[in-house]
Write a protein that binds this ligand. Structure first.
Ligand SMILES: Cc1cc2nc3c(=O)[nH]c(=O)nc-3n(C[C@H](O)[C@H](O)[C@H](O)COP(=O)(O)OP(=O)(O)OC[C@H]3O[C@@H](n4cnc5c(N)ncnc54)[C@H](O)[C@@H]3O)c2cc1C
Length: 326
C-alpha cells in the first residue's frame, strides 16, 4: 500500500540519514502494537543510546515534527492513517538491569516479565502482579500499570526521563504523579529511560508460585489467542460499587460478541476487544463508542478508556475521546 503523502516526510527522510540508531521509513504500525492495527509511521527509530535519543528529540523539536514514544504498543490504538512524524521505540539498547540489595535499577526497554522474574530470582517480592503484563518498564511506568489493586508506582524510588530538549531529568517517586493508570509522563512529554525500584524481600519459591498462578489465571480468563490491548476500559469506584468491574458491566449489558467489521467484544472476557484479522482502527473506535453508549444507557455511567489512541498528528488520548458518538 502506498503511504499517504506527508508534508514532513522529506524532512524525516533527511533525519533517517543521521546517526540516530535503527531506522525504518514508512513503518507499518500494525507490526509494533499488540492490537495489530494501524497504518504507516513516516519514521520509526530505535535509538541505540541516550545520545541518539537526545538528537532525535532535538531534531523533532527544531522541525516541528510530532514524536511519539512507544514500548511494545500493548496499550495503544494507532490510526489507520498511521503517523505523520517519528515513532521512537525503546528496544534492546535500553534493556540493562542491575540488582543491589533490595533495589533494582532497570532501563525503560526491559520487558516487564523479565523484570518480574529477575526480582523473583533475587528473592524480591512486589512484582508478582505484573508478571503477566506485556510491554516494557517505560510503558508500565507511564501507564502506572498493574493488577490486583497494585501498580508499579507502589515500588518506584525514582524515574529517569529525557525531556523534549534532550536533557536527562530525575523524578523522585513523589514527582511522578502516579494515580490509577496515570502518571506525569502521560502529560509532560518526557521519555522515561530508566527507573529504580525498591522491593520487599520474599521467599523465592512463594514468589514463583504466585507468579505462575497469576499467569495461569490470565491464560484461563483472557482471550490471549487473538490480538488485543488488554482491558479497553478502566475500572471506576462508582461503577464498581453499583455494577461491578467493566468486564461484568459490558457482559451484563449483553454486549459480549458485539462486532463491528473485524473488531469484536471478546466472548471470553468482555473488557477485551479482539482483532479477528485485518481489523481497522476506525472500526475499533466505532465499537468502543457503541459499547460506551450502550453501557451508559443502562447504567448512567460513562466508562473511560485505559487504551490510548494515537492520532496521525501524534496526539495521544484515551481512545474514547476519539471514538464516534453513536
Ligand atoms: C493481553 C494483555 C494484558 C494486559 N494486562 C494488563 C494488566 O493486567 N494491567 C495493566 O496495567 N495493563 C495491562 N495491559 C496493557 C499494557 O500491557 C500496559 O499498559 C503496559 O504497561 C504498556 O506497556 P508498553 O511498553 O506496551 O507501552 P505502550 O503501549 O507502547 O505505550 C503506552 C503509553 O505509554 C507511553 N510510553 C511508552 N513507553 C514510554 C516511555 N519510555 N516514556 C514515556 N512514555 C512511554 C506511550 O506513549 C503510551 O502513551 C495488558 C495488555 C495486553 C495486550
Amino acid at each position: 500500500m502506498t503511504p499517504p503523502a506527508s508534508p514532513v516526510s522529506p524532512l524525516l527522510e533527511a533525519l533517517s540519514q543521521e546517526d540516530i540508531g535503527a531506522v525504518r521509513v514508512h513503518a507499518p504500525l500494525a507490526d509494533y502494537c499488540t492490537w495489530r492495527m494501524g497504518g504507516p509511521a513516516d519514521l520509526l527509530v530505535e535509538p541505540a543510546s541516550a545520545a541518539h535519543l537526545a538528537r532525535i528529540l532535538a531534531w523533532c523539536r527544531e522541525h516541528g515534527a510530532p514524536c511519539v514514544v512507544i514500548g511494545e504498543g500493548s496499550n495503544l490504538l494507532f490510526d489507520d492513517a498511521g503517523l505523520r512524524g517519528v515513532v521512537v521505540r525503546l528496544g534492546p539498547a535500553f534493556a540493562s538491569l542491575h540488582i543491589q540489595g533490595t533495589r533494582i535499577a532497570a532501563d525503560a526497554g526491559v520487558h516487564v516479565a523479565d523484570l518480574a522474574w529477575a526480582a523473583q530470582r533475587a528473592g524480591l517480592a512486589g512484582l508478582e502482579h505484573a508478571v503477566g503484563i506485556p510491554g516494557t518498564l517505560g510503558g508500565l511506568v507511564a501507564m502506572n500499570g498493574g493488577s490486583r489493586r497494585q501498580a508499579i508506582g507502589d515500588v518506584i524510588v525514582r524515574v529517569s526521563a529525557v525531556d523534549h530538549t534532550g536533557a536527562l531529568l530525575d523524578f523522585p517517586c513523589v514527582a511522578c504523579g502516579f494515580g490509577y493508570r496515570t502518571s506525569v509522563f502521560q502529560r509532560n512529554g518526557c521519555i522515561v529511560v530508566g527507573a529504580e525500584l525498591d522491593l520487599p524481600r520474599g521467599d523465592p519459591a512463594a514468589i514463583k508460585a504466585a507468579m505462575e498462578a497469576d499467569v495461569a489465571e490470565r491464560e484461563a480468563k483472557f482471550p490471549l489467542d487473538l490480538p488485543s490491548c488488554g482491558s479497553v476500559f478502566k475500572n471506576s469506584d462508582a461503577m464498581y460499587a453499583a455494577f461491578g468491574p467493566p468486564g461484568k458491566v459490558i457482559e451484563d449489558t449483553q454486549l459480549k460478541g458485539l462486532t463491528v467489521g473485524q473488531c469484536q467484544v471478546s466472548s471470553k472476557h468482555a473488557n477485551f476487544f479482539v482483532n479477528l484479522g485485518g481489523a481497522s482502527s476506525a472500526d475499533m473506535l466505532a465499537l468502543i463508542g457503541e459499547v460506551r453508549a450502550r453501557v451508559c444507557e443502562r447504567t448512567g455511567i460513562q466508562m473511560e478508556c485505559e487504551v490510548r489512541y494515537v492520532s496521525p498528528q501524534g496526539a495521544i488520548m484515551p481512545a474514547h475521546d476519539a471514538a464516534p458518538q453513536p
